[in-house]
Write a protein that binds this ligand. Structure first.
Ligand SMILES: Nc1ncnc2c1ncn2[C@@H]1O[C@H](COP(=O)(O)OP(=O)(O)OP(=O)(O)O)[C@@H](O)[C@H]1O
Ligand SMILES: [Mg+2]
Length: 258
C-alpha cells in the first residue's frame, strides 16, 4: 500500500516545500521508498532537491501528462532518481496547466489517475502543493486523500486554515470521499506570546483530531534548501532533524485513507 500525502496550505511561505522535502528524507532514512511530487509551478521543491535543470528542461513534464488522458502512463518517464529519494519535478510550463485544465473532463482527478499508472511502488508519495486553492491543489487532495498542513504560528493563519478546511469539506461532498487531516505542523515557531496564542488556537481547533508538531525557526533549513538537499544530507547539523524524524515516525503509524 502507498500512503499518499498532500502537503498543503494555500497561504504562501508557510513551509510546505521545506517540510515536504525534509519529511521525504526522514522517511527515506527509515528505509521507505519515497516519491516527492512537486506540483507547484514555482518549482521551489524541484530547486530544493537540486533538480533546477529539470525546471526549465523541455524533455516533458506533468503538464503534458495531466492534460491528455491518453498520456497518463507517461508519468513513469517523469520520475527522476534524486540525491535522496525519487522526484517528479515541476517545470515552468506548469504555470499554464491550471487554466488549461478548466475545461477538461475529470479535471480534478487527473493526478489521481496518473499516479495509479506508476509502475514503481512506493511506501510514501508526498505532494508539494502550490500556494493557492485551485485545480492543482484539488488534484493533489483528491489523489492523496490525506493532508498534512504546515502553518505559521501567527494570527494570519486562522482565516487561511478555516478556508482550507472549507475547501476540503466541499471536495469531500462533491466527490463523496474523505480527505484525512493527518497533522498540523506549526512552522518557524519562535516562542513568544503570539506563538503561544496561536498554539492555543491550533490546539483548540484540532487537538483531539490531529496532532500538532512544532518546527522551530532555523536558518539551517534555508541553507539546506539552497544547497539542494534536506537537512539530513546537509553538512550543517540541525536540531530539527529529530523533529522531522519524530513526524516521520508518526506518519508510519497512521491509518491512511487509500
Ligand atoms: N523552520 C524554518 N526556519 C527558518 N526558515 C524556514 C523554515 N521553514 C521554512 N523556512 C524558509 O521560509 C521560506 C518559505 O518556506 P517554503 O518555501 O518551504 O514555504 P512554502 O509554503 O512552500 O512557500 P510557497 O507558498 O511559496 O510554496 C523559505 O525561504 C524557507 O527556507
Ligand atoms: Mg512551496
Amino acid at each position: 500500500m502507498t500512503a499518499k500525502i498532500s502537503v498543503s496550505n494555500q497561504k504562501g511561505g508557510v513551509g510546505k516545500t521545506t517540510i515536504a522535502i525534509n519529511l521525504c528524507s526522514a522517511l527515506t532514512k527509515k528505509e521507505n521508498d519515497v516519491l516527492f511530487v512537486d506540483l507547484d509551478p514555482q518549482g521551489h521543491g524541484t530547486e530544493g532537491v537540486g533538480l533546477e535543470s529539470k525546471y526549465t528542461s523541455d524533455e516533458g513534464n506533468l503538464s503534458e501528462v495531466l492534460l491528455d488522458l491518453e498520456e497518463l502512463e507517461r508519468i513513469n518517464d517523469l520520475v527522476v532518481e534524486g540525491r535522496e529519494f525519487d522526484v517528479i519535478p515541476s517545470n515552468v510550463d506548469m504555470f499554464n496547466l491550471e487554466p488549461q485544465l478548466i475545461t477538461a473532463v475529470r479535471n480534478k482527478e487527473r493526478l489521481s489517475m496518473a499516479l495509479d499508472q506508476l509502475e514503481c511502488s512506493y511506501d510514501y508519495i508526498l505532494i508539494d502543493c502550490p500556494p493557492h486553492l485551485g485545480n492543482l491543489t484539488d488534484n493533489a487532495l483528491l489523489a492523496s486523500k490525506n493532508i498534512l498542513i504546515p502553518a505559521l504560528a501567527e494570527g494570519t493563519s486562522v482565516r487561511a486554515l478555516e478556508i482550507l478546511l472549507d475547501q476540503i469539506t466541499t471536495l469531500e461532498r462533491a466527490y463523496e470521499t474523505e480527505i484525512k487531516k493527518l497533522a498540523v505542523v506549526a512552522n518557524r515557531v519562535n516562542p513568544n506570546n503570539q506563538a503561544k496564542e496561536m498554539m492555543d488556537w491550533f490546539n483548540k481547533a484540532f487537538k483531539d483530531r490531529v496532532p500538532i508538531f512544532e518546527v522551530r525557526k532555523r536558518v539551517a533549513l534555508q541553507r539546506a534548501w539552497s544547497a539542494g538537499v534536506s537537512i539530513f544530507a546537509h553538512s550543517e547539523k540541525c536540531d530539527m532533524e529529530d523533529k522531522f524524524s519524530e513526524i516521520a515516525d508518526y506518519l508510519k503509524e497512521v491509518d491512511y485513507n487509500e
